[in-house]
Write a new protein. Structure first.
Lengths: 593, 348
């Protein structure tokens, strides 16, 4: 048998959902059955749970490393483990047909992994594994060899900008806070990631919580905060558990608490669970929520750096921002700024989803062209359909069309075409997506998540949604596009916080690039992408229909009739265009026009 | 001191002044709905937005501190458009039943709609329907008329220190309610009613009474206690129909439940209008003049004092008297009658 065997099982939320813990259990059982008992496991064969490496679509991913030679398996289920143990671990013959293919390597090789480098490699529940990859070295270096001003300057020099969406220079923000005269300061990590389809912060906290904690320690030292909070969604139970565990471990090792690294610096970090309000990702609403108030934003200034939590100077940074800090301290600002574009330095973690072959969590150097993300890392559009647009920045971002496919993805690049970086969500849309419907989808979200405080956001987004809804239902009126544009601009320009200011972005950008789709809906009562059911006529192709009756059973208004094993028909005078028959037919006999 | 320019006019203000207050110093009118100088700035209605040189977007003047060298514009086509849209949006979710609304003539939303000349609304759609009758004895809540300015919530919290109401729900359905949507059950000071800019909050006592037409305003002082809060009585004919208090008086417009809602005694048939004297034991009270009554009291006091000494008498006074009246009363007992038997509910 080989001298050292390491088995890594992906146990992020995606991995567990795909059966990661069952696979883990199967490994324990099979290793035991193969006579590689506990004692041997500890010495020669180590079984690890690791965080998400990004390619959740291929879960459960398992790495088997035999004498430093790594083999990665995809789509592993518990019943496959026996063969892996017998053939690969005992027999030293990797199971060729289960290994990942070339696309797995293309997906990873085109990325620049800094934040995600240790995700998928180390056990997030073990502080020793974090220490083994130079964990807490940066905190020690900062606290024992640097002055707070030096730390702030180093972060300033690195060019790091806030990864939560605003893109404000982190070092500058810290310097504002450090300059305020106060007896108490706070540092807060914003882990209230709420964008639909975003899982960057979740994966980082689940896969490498100590990096975030270390970043907070360094930040707290730089601004002189003795109390920190991690505001994290209660909907992220695994992230919460691993974060709490990591905090306990860090405290036990003396990385948190009093007299850190033998200095007189003290820091306590508390966990505050968010109760599910999207708006609590906005920093003033987040502060209100920690204070026990309703999560409602307030006007800035004063900015939290001057007057934040309990009216004390407060720094709020996003998970990814903090995760960058230890590397900046360890490797220097020049190293950090060596990657990225002119004004956006470093890397960005992106949740790549939508109609794309390789969905998952990726990390790109700032300034990477959009087309490289979609066609290299993403592997192109699913089913070789035509690319239509990419939505960046979550529900508050914009849609970027084909003509800007060469756009460098950084703060300035995205803003120049009417979108934004946001927290890093990227949803790829193809020719089967209706842009009016996409706008409606995002507006449904932002409208429902408005806190209701200011008028333009509370009522304005509702009216925008209503206009979009009537357009998708074929009730659009002449002048609706102009009305949408005008109201969207007014909501953007007069709302109180970022939620309202950015909520109209999907509408503004889709009208800008896809006006013809709006016109088709309004003037011709047609949905070019065949998505808006109310504008479609459903019918059954007699030559394809086998008469199974599935469509008739699915129809809630009894509009479908036909004899058994004979072609069925839809009575369009009864049809309510719900699309249930289309979804129910297994023979593609139901068509919509 | 801070020097700034608003609409090309220079103004000097003290540190901590907001742009809105600075504009008010120059008598520049900026529309507001959620602002009350007695409460902390809130920035919710977005009507007081102004353009400030160097800032990318309009900001609310009520929340923005004035800074040296600021160049502020309070009126531009852009600001007009944004404010008008905001008012139109509010009206698109409002019953607009001004003809029969209790707030008519005394409603800031109505005033704004008039100012912006909104006859036809570009926006239409769902309207909130709270459809809930609050059975409390004092305050009528017509929540469909609520503009979510938050004044009621803030006055309850910041001034009264009670926090009887708060926000619930999100998005379009966001609303102000007592805990768990139950009936209002507070001390009913009515501060919330006094700050409500629309007809969403009113007093039960006002219902069906004249609104503004033919209503006379009379300033007076509350007789309920020695605080002497200033009141403005609204009367119609011979009837007091409402009690208000102006924000610029010594009690800053704040009143308690008695001062605000306890005025039905004024026209009550049971009200004493003359002194009453019971002339013989077991007899009925009979109406008397003040001279008769005071002579009778003085006579009996002298008799009792002469027969039993001054300590046989005691005086009990009322907190509803002024400080001066209470002072004189104890003086009468201590110096004239000669006893220390003097007390009242707030104690000497």
């Amino acid at each position: 048998m080989a001298s050292e065997i390491i088995i890594n099982v992906c146990m992020g939320t995606g991995g567990i959902a795909a059966g990661g813990d069952l696979v883990m259990g199967a490994f324990i059982k099979e290793l035991d059955a193969a006579g590689i008992g506990n004692a041997v496991v500890k010495e020669k064969c180590r079984l690890h749970k690791v965080g998400c490496r990004g390619f959740c679509a291929r879960d459960v991913l398992v790495d088997i490393t035999v004498d430093s030679h790594v083999s990665t398996y995809q789509y592993i289920q518990p019943d496959m483990v026996q063969r892996l143990v017998r053939e690969h671990i005992v027999g030293a013959r990797p199971v060729q047909e289960w290994l990942v293919g070339e696309d797995y390597h293309i997906f990873h090789d085109n990325q620049t992994k800094r934040i995600l480098a240790d995700l998928g490699r180390i056990d997030p529940e073990s502080i020793d594994e974090y220490l083994a990859v130079d964990g807490y070295k940066a905190a020690e270096k900062a606290l024992t060899t640097m002055k707070p001003e030096e730390v702030v300057r180093t972060v300033k020099d690195s060019g790091l900008r806030g990864r939560g969406g605003g893109g404000f220079p982190t070092g500058l923000k810290w310097s504002f806070c450090a300059a305020v005269n106060a007896d108490q300061r706070y540092i807060i990590c914003n882990a209230d990631e709420g964008d639909p389809g975003a899982f960057m912060d979740r994966s980082v906290v689940e896969g490498n919580p100590h990096a975030v904690i270390e970043g907070m320690i360094i930040g707290a030292f730089a601004i002189g905060a003795s109390v920190g909070y991690v505001y994290i969604r209660a909907e992220y139970p695994l992230a919460v558990d691993r974060l709490r565990l990591a905090l306990r471990h860090a405290e036990a090792r003396g990385f948190l608490g009093e007299n850190l690294f033998g200095t007189d610096f003290n820091l306590k970090i508390k966990v505050k669970l968010g109760a599910g309000a999207f708006v609590c990702g906005e920093e003033t609403a987040l502060i209100a929520s920690i204070e026990g108030e309703r999560g409602m934003p307030r006007a800035k200034p004063p900015f939290p750096a001057n007057k934040g939590l309990w009216d004390k100077p407060t720094i709020i940074n996003n998970v990814e921002t903090f995760a960058n800090i230890p590397q900046i301290i360890n490797k220097g600002p020049e190293w950090y700024a060596s990657v990225g574009s002119e004004k956006s330095k470093g890397t960005k973690v992106i949740a790549l989803t939508g109609k794309i072959r390789n969905t998952g969590l990726i990390e790109i150097p700032m300034g990477m062209p959009l087309k490289d993300i979609i066609y290299k890392i993403g592997g192109g559009i699913e089913g070789d359909r035509l690319f239509k647009a990419v939505q960046t920045g979550g529900p508050s971002g914009g849609c970027i069309p084909q003509q800007h496919i060469d756009l460098p993805v950084d703060y300035e690049g995205l803003a120049s075409v009417g979108s934004m970086m946001g927290s890093g969500g990227m949803v790829v849309l193809d020719e089967t997506d209706c842009m009016v419907n996409i706008s409606k989808f995002f507006l449904e979200f932002t409208q429902a998540e408005s806190c209701g405080k200011c008028v333009p956001c509370r009522i304005g987004t509702k009216r925008l949604l209503e206009i979009l809804t009537r357009i998708t239902e074929g009730k659009g009126r002449e002048g609706d596009i102009e009305l949408l544009q005008m109201l969207a601009e007014d909501v953007r320009d007069s709302s109180l916080c970022g939620l309202g200011m950015s909520a109209p972005n999907p509408i503004i950008s889709t009208i800008r690039y896809f006006r013809h789709e709006y016109e088709a809906h309004i003037k011709h009562k047609k949905c070019p992408a065949k998505v808006c059911n109310k504008l479609l006529t459903f019918f059954i192709r007699a030559d394809m229909c086998v008469g199974c009756g599935m469509c008739a059973r699915a129809c809630s208004v009894n509009a479908i009739s036909g004899e058994k094993k004979q072609p069925h028909r839809i009575d369009n005078s009864l049809c309510i265009q719900c699309g249930s028959c289309f979804d129910a037919c297994k023979f593609s006999a139901v068509l919509k026009e | 001191m801070i020097n700034l320019t608003i609409n090309d006019k220079a103004v000097e203000v003290v540190e901590g002044t907001t742009v809105l207050e600075a504009a008010q110093q120059l008598k520049i009118d900026i529309p507001t709905l959620c602002h009350d100088p007695r409460l902390k700035p809130f920035g919710a209605c977005r009507l007081c937005i102004v353009e400030i040189g160097g800032m990318a977007k309009p900001v609310t003047s009520c929340t923005t501190p004035a800074a040296s060298g600021m160049v502020v514009k309070t009126n531009s086509q852009k600001l007009y458009r944004l404010r008008r849209t905001t008012v139109e949006l509010l009206l698109s979710d409002h019953p607009n039943d001004c003809m029969t609304c209790i707030g008519t003539g005394d409603c800031r939303l109505q005033e704004l709609a008039y100012f912006y000349g909104i006859r036809k609304n570009r926006f239409e759609g769902a309207m909130r329907d709270h459809n809930r009758v609050d059975a409390n004895p004092f305050i009528t809540r017509e929540q469909n008329k609520c503009v979510m300015c938050g004044l009621c919530v803030r006055v309850c919290e910041e001034v009264q220190g009670v926090g009887a109401i708060g926000y619930a729900e999100r998005g379009f359905e966001a609303k102000v309610i007592p805990p768990f949507g139950q009936d209002l059950n507070c001390e009913f000071c009515g501060q919330c009613v006094s700050v409500c800019p629309t007809g969403a909050l009113s007093a039960r006592l006002w219902s069906g009474k004249p609104r503004m037409e033919g209503v006379k305003f009379t300033d007076t002082t509350c007789g309920y206690c020695g605080c002497g809060c200033n009141l403005t009585l609204r009367s119609h004919g011979n009837q007091v129909i409402r009690v208000d208090s102006a924000a610029d008086n010594h009690n800053r417009g704040w009143l308690c439940v008695k001062g605000r809602f306890g005025f039905d005694f004024i026209g009550s048939a049971d009200r004493l209008k003359t002194p009453l004297i019971r002339k013989e034991k077991g007899g009925k009270f009979e109406s008397a003049t003040w001279d008769e009554a005071l002579d009778y009291v003085a006579k009996r006091m002298n008799e009792i004092k002469g027969k039993h000494g001054p300590d046989a008498l005691a005086g009990l006074c009322s907190a509803r008297c002024t400080n001066e009246e209470n002072y004189l009363f104890q003086k009468l007992f201590r110096a004239v009658i000669g006893t220390n038997n003097i007390d009242h509910c707030a104690r000497y």
